[in-house]
Design a protein around this ligand. Structure first.
Ligand SMILES: Cc1ncc(COP(=O)(O)O)c(C=O)c1O
Length: 480
């Protein structure tokens, strides 16, 4: 494809993109295809001869589109949002056009220097300490893995990377990680990858607000010390996935500092809300945190992937991940930032560009309005749920997330109520007008409802709640 043909197709594709976004509400939110339906339409091997672009675009509409779950649909209330926005999309187009591998300063100085600056802008907006230095990772899972690796190295006198955990001479055989019982699965996954082992992840009990209890953390650390296990890393969560709980950073940090335990904060989703000055009190104690991650790609209008990761001691991160074969040396090595030493993969996309576009296009105040607006809508939803005796709120609004449970009339057995809630969420998602996901609270099946998509307005939340009630009533009447 020469550049003239590319230009022609690119204009068509941009029109297609704009039409898609304008018309996204016409699609069912969750893809309605059955497993294997898409694969059945794809040839078993690649074509020998190239095909015209028209055929490709036609198959996007015919084959791909039905298999897309529309995360940009304004009635997407499932999981957490994966915000996208026009400025972010435009930056992604430029990033793809440069096609640069931004692993070292020299391989695109603009990518490196923009990343440093834009992460410092975001640090200031979120109210994080001046000493924090940032980089962009592909995901919060990766940032947490980096934290676990640094903590592992620190706890083993920087020996595990060289000798391997099994080979450590005279070292303790077990290193423990602490996180709340509500924490995201990426922590346990990181513990497996980093060699701690899932059995050495202590799930610290939570209080009535589902937040980690610092006294229980201290007790778990003491028990480990008594058993000869080395307390190594604690991961506190700012906005848990299930219910949006916030671990008390100050209380957790105090225990970690006293016990010399590395402290990482996973603020993957709710970190974006820190852009609001009125929420700054939740950050109390953050100066003592060793690292912090939030996803601009969740609730800050920036396309996946853009995970902002700050560390208090970048030298420790580089000491853990840095490796310098001859083919990666450059004249500037040691005098500039080479972000390849800050992340697990060597290759890096130019991700700072989209965050730069988003922050500049909207400005901080517009972003604050968006987050405040979503939280206000969620508050309205909570009032509607409270007013309906057929439903109960099972975890209160936290930022822009709550959970609720259908409590059908005349059904007392909790197992049966669980089953009905399972049926309800499946029926809602098969219906396609909205998309919700289940979780458990206190061992019982509940339904999550989060507000945060780029284009969600009050009318979508109102209609979404009406869909829940309508489908519950149909199930209760035996129609479903
Ligand atoms: C609290 C929390 N941490 C981590 C993650 C994982 O994020 P990522 O997909 O960026 O790895 C999620 C995902 O929703 C999350 O809710």
């Amino acid at each position: 494809m020469d550049t003239n043909t590319f230009r022609e197709h690119a204009h068509r594709v941009v029109d297609w993109m704009a039409d898609y976004l304008d018309g996204v509400e016409a699609h069912p939110v969750r893809s309605q295809v059955k497993p294997g339906e898409i694969a059945a339409q794809l040839p078993a091997s690649a074509p020998e001869e190239g095909e015209p672009f028209e055929a490709l675009l036609a198959d996007v509409e015919r084959i791909v589109l039905p298999g897309i779950t529309h995360w940009q649909h304004p009635s997407f209330f499932a999981f957490f949002p994966a915000n996208s926005s026009p400025p972010s999309l435009l930056a992604e187009m430029l990033t793809a056009t440069f096609g640069a591998q931004c692993m070292m300063w020299q391989t695109s100085p603009a990518a490196t220097e923009l990343e440093t600056r834009v992460l410092d802008w975001l640090r200031q907006l979120l109210g994080l300490p001046e000493s924090f230095v940032g980089s962009i990772q592909d995901s919060a899972s990766t940032a947490t893995l980096c934290a676990l690796l640094v903590a592992r190295e620190r706890a083993t006198g920087w020996q595990a990377n060289d000798q391997g955990l099994a080979g450590l001479v005279g070292a303790p055989s077990r290193l423990a990680i602490y996180t709340s019982a509500e924490a995201h699965s990426s922590i346990e996954k990181g513990a497996r990858i980093a060699g701690f082992g899932a059995d050495n992840v202590r799930k610290i009990p939570t209080d009535a607000a589902f937040a980690m209890r610092p006294d229980a953390l201290a007790a778990a650390i003491a028990a480990d010390r008594a058993a000869g296990v080395v307390p190594t890393c604690c991961v506190a969560t700012f906005g848990t996935t299930g219910v949006g709980a916030v671990d008390p950073i100050a209380g957790v940090a105090e225990v970690c500092r006293r016990e010399d335990v590395y402290l990482h904060v996973d603020a993957a989703w709710a970190g974006a809300a820190l852009i609001l000055p009125e929420l700054q009190a939740l950050l109390e104690g953050v100066e003592a945190v060793d690292s912090f991650v939030m996803n601009a790609h969740k609730w800050l209008l920036t396309n996946f992937d853009c995970s902002a990761h700050w560390v208090r001691d970048p030298d420790a991160l580089v000491r853990t991940l840095g490796i310098l074969p001859a083919y990666l040396r450059s004249r500037e090595t040691g005098t500039v930032i080479d972000y390849r030493d800050w992340s697990v993969p060597l290759g890096r996309r130019f991700r700072a560009l989209k965050l730069w576009f988003v922050l500049r296009s909207y400005g901080a105040e517009r972003l604050r309005e968006k987050i405040r607006g979503d939280m206000a809508l969620l508050g309205e939803l909570a009032a509607w749920i409270e007013a309906d005796p057929a439903f109960e709120i099972t975890s209160p609004p936290s930022f822009a997330l709550l959970t609720f449970r259908w409590t059908p009339d005349g059904v007392d057995d909790p197992e049966e109520v669980d089953a009905r809630n399972g049926r309800l969420v499946d029926a809602i998602n098969d219906d396609g007008r909205i998309y919700l996901t289940p979780t458990t609270v206190a061992g019982r099946k509940v339904i999550r409802f989060q507000v945060g998509q780029t284009r969600t307005e009050r009318r979508h939340v109102e209609a979404g709640w009406a869909v829940v009630r309508e489908i519950a009533a149909r199930i209760a009447a035996g129609i479903h």
